[in-house]
Design a protein around this ligand. Structure first.
Ligand code: NCD
Length: 350
């Protein structure tokens, strides 16, 4: 394992991640990727520690990936699913968390459909003065840091498998396409990709990419003194700093010469109004197909965090085409990245 200094106690958002933190996660994940390629895939790193997966919202990939990551590190795992828990008897979220604390949990991995729940649990643990770390596994429309980091790892290892690092994405054009308004994955990816020096082009119909979204990003960035400019068109000769985040209400300018395309699921469960005329029209205008990819660089690769609505945000054949699709390797990378995150949070505890 690389020798590292890691001071972050909870991982709740990528908005304030530093370059050193990104690189530490990438290098640590690369070491675990190597462990996972061995015949014996288990290391004793977190022996005796307890990792509780508190999933108050459905999940396939993220929950299983955290569970496997914890097991590969020899931690004991507890799995909670809201539908079959005492929450159905009226127990509150914080009381549920305190129950797991009383069982000796060291790391709580939390997913909830409301933004801010992992932060609230982390604040409660800090108030109680206990050394429990909280890892946000997706909170409402807010953030999904482990997905952002595994996407980053997938991209960086594609460019340099031996030494994945943030700077590898500098100057790359990355299109994020789809239901940006409701996507916590997009929000986390925006922070990591901006930090890498990439150019991030968001594309969606106006109902799924409102101007308000740009204001939210600028406000968050301002609060953290981050300097990048949001623009709706590239300004190559401007005396201002080069814009890094672009908003498009059409797909083509986002795809033009893109190195990577990230597609997002239409999050119907989070839509409170009729935001689209029809799924067929959406697919025609914003669905990613092999034909539309011809606008991108010839080496373009496509990502999707899953679960996928086949034939809506991406054509079924493209999704299964290993020449373009990184979807399976994102899932594989997820285990190594989550091992890295659990290791970095847990290694100071014993
Ligand atoms: C995402 C999520 O839950 O935010 N999926 C995931 O974690 N792999 C994206 C989604 O639900 O569309």
């Amino acid at each position: 394992m690389p020798t590292t200094t890691w001071n972050r106690h909870h991982i709740l958002s990528l908005a304030d991640f530093t370059t050193t933190e990104y690189d530490t996660v990438l290098q640590t994940a690369a070491s675990f990727q190597e462990v996972l390629s061995r015949r014996t895939k288990k290391v004793p790193t977190l022996q005796g520690q307890v990792v509780a997966n508190l999933f108050f919202e459905s999940s396939t990939r993220t929950r299983s990936s955290f569970e496997l990551a914890a097991k590969r590190l020899s931690a004991d795992t507890l799995n909670f699913a809201a539908a079959t828990s005492s929450m159905t008897k009226g127990e509150t979220i914080l009381d549920t968390a305190k129950t797991y604390l009383a069982m000796g949990t060291d790391i709580m991995v939390v997913r909830h459909r409301e933004a801010g729940v992992p932060n609230a649990i982390a604040a409660e643990m800090d108030r109680l003065g206990v050394r429990v770390s909280v890892l946000n596994a997706g909170d409402g429309q807010h953030e999904h840091p482990s997905q952002g980091l595994l996407d980053l790892f997938t991209l960086c290892t594609l460019i340099d498998p031996a030494s994945p690092r943030l700077e590898l994405l500098k100057g790359k054009k990355i299109a994020i396409v789809g239901d940006i308004l409701h996507s916590r994955v997009a929000r986390s990816n925006i922070w990591s990709l901006i930090a890498s020096g990439a150019q991030v082009h968001l594309a969606a119909p106006p109902t799924l990419l409102p101007k308000l979204f740009a204001e939210y990003i600028l406000e968050e960035a301002g609060a953290r003194n981050q300097e990048f400019i949001i623009s709706s068109s590239p300004t190559p000769h401007s005396p201002l700093p080069t814009p890094q985040l672009f908003l498009h209400w059409q797909l083509e300018p986002a795809l033009q010469d893109a190195d990577f395309v990230m597609t997002l699921r239409l999050q119907k469960e989070r839509m409170t109004a009729h935001l689209l005329p029809s799924l067929r029209e959406y697919h025609q205008l914003f669905g990613i197909t092999r034909t539309k990819l011809q606008l991108c660089k010839p080496s373009v690769k496509v990502l999707h965090p899953g679960p996928v609505n086949r034939g809506v945000e991406i054509s079924s054949e493209l999704m299964d085409d290993p020449e373009f699709s990184l979807i399976q390797s994102q899932v594989t990378s997820g285990v190594a990245v989550r091992m890295a995150l659990l290791y970095l949070l847990g290694s100071g505890k014993t």
